[in-house]
Design a protein. Structure first.
Length: 261
């Protein structure tokens, strides 16, 4: 009798919700967080951390080996959730419908994406991408998971938001959590909702020029209504096109000031 050994092995791990010890409280680090101190939770009290699960489609993949060599799955997922809670919500406003978040490490094109229902979310993360970023694996894994965890919790006006806005909010949280990758540049993009880092830096400027909490307020407004063009004007007094124009002017001034005389 002969046996056939599979070349790929799938494993699922379960992590119970357990309060971190004070010394193990999730940290929101990095340059942006250094400017604006965040209070870390001493327990789960008041914060709806979901049950975390991990599925690895190929534990022999180099990306899987890099992942486990650099991060603790339970801790990195908790840290990502806490970054979302702390930058977008309070214990009163944080969504409580997400019961389970499953991280799926698998071979696939792209970087990562999130899918699921109101109560169940899956974050699919490319093993190839992890392997390609082995030189800065911990920060890259944390940054991508923060971005995708935002998609598990953010409000999008019941699907009416410009995709660039939702992606920009996700990267804005990543930026403030301290996990902006080295290639990110504050170049302004071609329009305010280009998405990702371009929109993230625009939202960062918006917070600096119109007060901390603007992004949080915009997100919460989209909980109960669809996206409308006057959304930004309601909370800043200016249309988003005018805000973006002012932002581009600020970048031009900043660039001029950085040029040696």
């Amino acid at each position: 009798m002969s046996s056939i050994l599979p070349t790929k092995v799938m494993r699922t791990f379960y992590f119970k919700k357990s309060p971190p010890k004070p010394s193990q409280a999730p940290q929101v680090g990095g340059s942006r967080a250094g400017k604006q101190q965040q209070q870390q939770p001493q327990s789960d009290a008041g914060w709806p951390f979901p049950n975390f699960r991990l599925r690895v489609d190929d534990i022999s993949h180099p990306g899987a080996q890099v992942f486990f060599a650099n991060v603790n799955p339970d801790e990195v997922l908790r840290d990502a959730a806490w970054a979302v809670f702390s930058w977008l919500y309070t214990p009163v406003t944080v969504p409580r419908h997400v019961e389970s978040v499953v991280l799926v490490l698998r071979s696939m094109d792209g970087v990562a994406h999130t899918m699921g229902s109101d109560i169940y979310k899956e974050i699919h993360f490319s093993l190839e991408w992890i392997a390609q970023h082995a030189h800065r694996a911990k920060d890259e894994i944390q940054g991508v998971l923060v971005h995708e965890m935002v998609h598990c919790y953010q409000h999008d006006g019941n699907g009416t938001c410009p995709t660039g806005f939702t992606e920009g909010v996700a990267d804005w949280v990543r930026l403030h959590a301290g996990f902006a990758p080295p290639h990110w540049r504050e170049d302004g993009g071609s329009k305010w909702d280009d998405g990702y880092a371009s929109t993230a830096y625009f939202l960062d400027w918006l917070e600096q020029s119109h007060g901390r909490g603007v992004v949080r307020t915009l997100n919460l407004t989209l909980r109960d209504r669809g996206y409308e063009d006057n959304l930004f004007k309601e909370h800043t007094g200016k249309k988003v096109t005018k805000l973006y124009s002012l932002y581009r002017e600020s970048l031009t001034q900043k660039k001029a000031q950085s040029v040696p005389n």
